[in-house]
Write a protein that binds this ligand. Structure first.
Ligand SMILES: [Zn+2]
Length: 429
């Protein structure tokens, strides 16, 4: 009998979300790869066996054995789009919007993202790290084991590098600051036009392309992310009031010329062609897609770009309109769900809440919502070969849920459905 580090036996449902062929599409989204009375064996941080308890638990002994009778076990959740590093909050704007101001009106009057830019520039590094750590703690407790995190709240070279350094401190292996949530960094210098360049977006983009991007890639080469082969993405906010389609293409092509994979904030409020640009550039994901026209949904469906939907934003902004997830699935698009955790449009650390919203307002089934927060979210980060499902050889990022049925993840509202969290084979909650 082989001895391993960890053996979880007799899960009422062992949910694998297995997808050996890449991101799930169409009918495969309704399949979660359920093994009743399932077990998983873990050694050296990796899954070494998964199957019926009868077989797996007979073939292995373990230094640590967990009997999960009455619980569902599923992959750790992957949050493919967040802005976890920032200072301050936007409570005043929350009230302004409740009184009738729109998100874009607040942005155009110098509030919105620029409020957070002021606070983030002024915050010392230790404060940024502490604030991000507190948010990551909440995310971890709610089942997130990997999170993409964007810069874009400093909008100058020193500040953007400070945000990246905060992420590196939180990711450093074995360091005092290391956080169990695995981080994936994205450079988002083109999040908004910086206050110094107000009304001169092209001049600001010159500084992004000529100064910030080279500085970010130089920083990346010596970062813990490069050592772990986790990419540094480049993203742009393609939106009225931020960057138009030509400006977005310019910054993303400059990033690609430096070897960076790209993502795009597209079609959140206005359809500017961002989804088509994502396909043309071979972007790993196109995010938001609330108002994407049907012909661009078809283009995404025919591509490898994953559509990352962020329904907590629509919910927080009090909108009745949500990205047409069902039509996207019917068209054959690969979709993922993420929180977009940020102080302005989604102060939400909870992927279970995102699943709950997606089921109610976008008519996803709980199975589709779970695949969208695990295997497809991993593919939206280019990490589908390593995380996002419980398969032999993959990283052992696992959740033991409080309930016997995984559908409670999306069914119950306002609770934490997660009993314990295992990251790289190690219990962390
Ligand atoms: Zn975002």
């Amino acid at each position: 009998m082989r001895r391993v580090d960890l053996l979880i036996c007799h899960a009422n449902q062992l949910i694998t979300c297995a997808a050996p062929q890449g991101a799930k599409r169409g009918r495969a989204m309704a399949e979660v790869g359920m093994i009743p009375d399932g077990a998983v064996a873990v050694d050296d941080g990796l899954v070494v066996a998964v199957g019926a308890s009868e077989e797996v638990c007979a073939a292995y002994t373990a230094r640590r054995r967990v009997d999960a009778y009455g619980h569902a076990v599923c992959p750790g959740l992957v949050d493919a789009h967040t802005h976890v590093v920032y200072a301050g909050d936007r409570i005043e704007e929350f009230e302004q919007r409740l009184r009738g101001a729109s998100y874009l009106e607040i942005l155009e009057s110098g509030g919105g993202i620029l409020n957070t830019v002021r606070a983030t520039r002024a915050a010392p590094m230790e404060e940024l790290i502490a604030a991000a750590r507190a948010r990551l703690d909440l995310m971890l407790a709610l089942g997130t084991t990997t999170a993409e995190v964007k810069t874009g709240y400093a909008l100058d070279v020193a500040g953007e590098l400070k945000m990246l350094a905060a992420l590196a401190a939180l990711a450093e292996d074995g360091g005092d600051n290391a956080h169990p949530v695995e981080l994936v960094p994205t450079f988002l210098g083109a999040h908004a036009v910086s206050p110094e360049y107000r009304g001169r977006p092209d001049a600001y983009l010159d500084s992004v392309i000529e100064q910030m991007l080279p500085a970010a890639t130089a920083w990346y080469r010596d970062s813990p992310f490069a050592r772990r082969k986790v990419p540094l993405f480049c993203d742009v906010f393609c939106e009225r009031g931020a960057f138009d389609i030509w400006q977005s293409e310019r910054v993303l092509r400059a990033a690609q010329a430096l070897g960076m994979p790209v993502k795009i904030h597209a079609d959140e409020f206005s359809a500017l062609g961002g989804a088509t640009l994502a396909v043309e550039l071979g972007a790993v994901s196109a995010d938001h897609l609330d108002v994407t026209p049907p012909e661009e949904i078809s283009r995404l469906a025919a591509s490898s770009t994953v559509g990352v939907l962020l329904p907590a934003v629509n919910f927080h902004l009090g909108s009745a309109h949500f990205a047409p997830a069902r039509a996207m699935l019917d068209a054959g698009m690969a979709i993922a769900l993420a929180t977009d955790l940020n102080p302005g449009s989604a102060p939400c650390p909870s992927l279970p809440l995102v699943m709950a919203i997606a089921c109610r307002y976008q008519k996803l089934l709980p199975a589709e919502a779970l695949n969208a927060c695990t295997i497809n979210a991993a593919h939206a980060l280019g990490l589908g070969g390593r995380i996002g499902s419980i398969e032999v050889g993959k990283q052992a990022d696992l959740l033991i849920l409080k309930q016997p049925d995984y559908r409670h993840l999306a069914y119950q509202l306002g609770i934490n459905p997660v009993a314990s969290v295992i990251k790289r084979g190690r219990p962390v909650i």
